[in-house]
Design a protein around this ligand. Structure first.
Ligand SMILES: Cc1cc2nc3c(=O)[nH]c(=O)nc-3n(C[C@H](O)[C@H](O)[C@H](O)COP(=O)(O)OP(=O)(O)OC[C@H]3O[C@@H](n4cnc5c(N)ncnc54)[C@H](O)[C@@H]3O)c2cc1C
Length: 543
């Protein structure tokens, strides 16, 4: 071991997948300079997720990434169709447009789905994270850690030199993926259906023109060589990714997938026994051509252990049906980052951090149920779900101490976002506004800091906000709808559920924190009390 080299940071992020990179980006933009360690030498080299939902796109839009993502969309952008058949050459059992039911209308969101491959997105987010000042260390592995009352001491290894050194952090964000090494070391388990399927993945080049007969698709569910097989075009038509289930419980393993057998299985899937197939490494230069994936579902019992927080697949795993996995991890990171930043800056009490689990764990549980239903329906081409997908994406409601409800909680954990109530705990509704000829969304006003959206006759709120923010020592932006911004669709009052003298306080993650239906007698005092409660300023909890 080399001489210990001490490094200090407010937040150490372990894992440079999409959840860890996003957490580091969001923290850096909040003014906290995290250190991120990732054992791989680079970001992912193969796509997993190929569609990012409009809520994730709203988040990235707030960080200025929408244009870059739009410029890197994949070949799948124009063909979001899934098909089902016995073999590719056989008759289609079903075909449906995956996004037909889940594209948000312009009244619901300023964004759409981001059809970008996950590896491309990770590269973009890594670049933005580094430019934002985060200290990103790829090729660096977390070896061990000790979490104490006053911080976390991590031992990490630089895999190129073999040298080890220690990093002292106030908090550790464990974004270390579905193997969840950190959570496991802390003895925190998970509940759910568990591992449902083991899948062997490989990539091959072949001319499938005869079997395709001019058809195109995003993903084919095939029954050959085994039910649950999927085939999808990779980057270009002519290169294909095949995923074939195998059964460890029947003694099968990845070792059974020799190149020759892989080619035979691919011919069975396509339904063309004479097909010319060339297996290619999934990544140029790799000798290994077959990789294994576990498809399954579980949610961690806890999202926080003292100074350690679990985000992304480390906290929850859902089957790929419904495109929820990575998207849920991005939303976790977004929820946690502003809270950590507020505590690190001394603006919030530690108890604010408890709201991360209170808010995000129930969302993962509902998401897992949703993805399981979709998984069962997918092979039949059906998709019966308890909650419609747009509601799952935009309509989940947080119920925690970081939300101040102003009446009885609405029924159920979700609300139809097409009929917004503006109730605290829900994502701030999107409403188009106009500022001096430029169209912008309410969401463009509400990120990075607390924001007070004020009704047209609520001028008193501006002074009240300045007084309350000054006394709490927090940034609070104020926007006067109907004065500074034109509500040209006349939707804002109804969407936010306030009168012309009312105001809504939106958190830095774009969720409604508190609202006053109309102007109270002492607006500064009410706002100050709300901010103090939201930021757990009077709570005594210690980590
Ligand atoms: C076939 C497939 C299709 C999918 N499709 C979709 C989809 O359409 N939409 C969607 O939203 N999701 C989809 N998902 C899920 C999505 O890919 C995952 O949810 C997402 O990659 C999880 O990101 P993460 O950052 O939490 O974890 P990971 O991507 O697993 O990243 C964790 C990182 O931590 C690193 N790490 C672990 N331990 C250490 C350590 N000790 N030291 C340093 N680094 C460490 C790992 O090397 C890894 O890079 C799909 C998944 C699969 C398998």
């Amino acid at each position: 071991m080399t001489e210990p080299d001490h490094h200090r940071t407010a937040v150490l992020v372990v894992g440079g997948g999409i959840a860890g990179l996003s957490a580091a980006l969001f923290l850096a933009r909040q003014g906290v300079r995290p250190i991120l360690v990732e054992r791989h030498p680079s970001t992912a080299l193969l796509p997993q997720a190929r569609a990012f939902n409009p809520r994730s796109m709203e988040i990235y839009r707030a960080f200025g990434l929408a244009e870059a993502i739009g410029g890197r969309t994949s070949i799948l952008t124009d063909l979001p169709e899934m098909i089902g058949a016995d073999t590719l050459a056989g008759q289609e059992r079903f075909r449906f447009d995956l996004l037909a039911q889940v594209r948000p209308p312009a009244t619901l969101s300023p964004t759409d789905w981001g059809m970008i491959d996950q590896d491309e997105l990770e590269r973009l987010v890594r670049g933005a994270t580094e430019r934002s000042g985060a200290d990103v260390r790829f090729g660096t592995e977390l070896v061990s850690f000790v979490s104490a009352d006053d911080g976390v001491t991590a031992t990490v290894r630089d895999l190129a030199s073999g040298g080890e050194y220690r990093i002292h952090a106030d908090y550790l964000v464990a974004a270390d993926g579905n193997r969840a090494g950190i959570r496991t070391r802390l003895g925190i388990g998970a509940d759910g259906p568990g591992v449902l399927l083991h899948v062997a993945n490989y990539v091959f080049d072949a001319d499938l023109g005869a079997a395709l007969r001019g058809r195109r698709f995003l993903l084919a569910y095939l029954d050959q060589p085994r039910a649950g097989t999927t085939l999808s075009p990779l980057r270009e038509f002519g290169r294909w990714a095949l995923a074939v289930p195998y059964r460890p419980e029947a003694g099968e393993s990845l070792d059974d997938f020799s190149e020759r057998r892989c080619a035979e299985l691919a011919r069975l899937a396509v339904g063309d026994p004479g097909l010319d197939i060339t297996l290619v490494p999934p990544v140029p230069g790799w000798t290994r051509k077959v990789t294994g994936t576990r498809i399954g579902g579980w949610v961690a019992h806890r999202y926080r252990a003292g100074r350690v927080f679990f985000v992304g697949d480390a906290a929850h795993v859902v089957p790929p049906s419904g495109s929820y996995g990575a998207n849920t991890g991005i939303a976790d990171a977004h929820n946690l980052a502003w809270k950590l930043a507020a505590v690190v800056r001394g603006q919030a009490g530690d108890a604010l951090l408890d709201s991360y689990e209170d808010e995000r764990r129930p969302v993962a549980q509902v998401t897992l149920e949703q993805a399981m239903r979709l998984l069962h329906g997918r092979h039949e081409g059906t998709g019966a779900t308890a909650v419609d997908d747009l509601t799952m994406i935009f309509g989940y409601r947080y119920d925690s101490a970081a939300v101040l409800a102003d009446g009885p909680a609405p029924d159920g954990p979700v609300e139809d976002p097409r009929k917004p109530s503006g109730h605290p705990g829900l994502r701030a509704p999107h409403v188009w506004l106009d500022r001096a000829g430029t169209r912008l969304s309410t969401l463009d006003l509400c990120h990075d800091a607390f924001t007070l959206l004020v009704g047209p006759d609520g001028a008193e709120w501006t002074t009240a906000a300045r007084t309350a923010a000054g006394s709490c020592g927090v940034d609070l932006r104020t926007h006067h709808i109907g004065v500074e911004l034109t509500d040209f669709e006349d939707r804002w009052l109804a969407a936010y559920g306030v009168t012309r003298t009312g105001a809504t306080l939106v958190r830095p993650d774009g969720f409604v924190a508190w609202r006053a239906g109309d102007l109270p007698r002492h607006p500064a005092q009410e706002l100050r009390q709300a901010l103090r409660r939201l930021l757990a300023r009077d709570a005594r909890h210690q980590p």
